[in-house]
Design a protein around this ligand. Structure first.
Ligand code: ZN
Length: 100
């Protein structure tokens, strides 16, 4: 009877860890999701695709607190207009695709 010799696999491969990346809204740098500095700023052109209570808020992502502060300051001076918010809501509710 022949015994099979069990050999060790060389270079065992482990599944690679999936690292989600984020993109800085100011400088475009990419970094790991956990390192992101995120927050919401008022923006009348932003509507949430699924939840009305987030309408008028835009999520911003930055590579660090300095770039987050620059982004937040930029939105602070942006006018918040109800007409723009309603236009964004109407656009969201409008059917997509070619008109019938
Ligand atoms: Zn940045």
């Amino acid at each position: 009877m022949r015994k099979w010799k069990r050999t060790k696999r060389r270079g065992k491969r482990r599944p690679a860890e999936i690292v989600r990346l984020e993109l800085c809204d100011l400088c475009g740098a990419t970094f790991a999701e956990g390192e992101a500095v995120q927050g919401y700023v008022p923006d009348s052109s932003a509507v949430s695709p699924g939840n009305d209570c987030w309408d008028g808020l835009r999520r911003i992502t930055a590579c660090g607190p300095e770039h987050f502060a620059v982004l937040r300051e930029g939105y602070r001076h942006r006018p918040f207009t109800q007409e723009e918010l309603w236009a964004a809501k109407i656009d969201r509710a409008s059917p997509r695709g070619r008109p019938a």
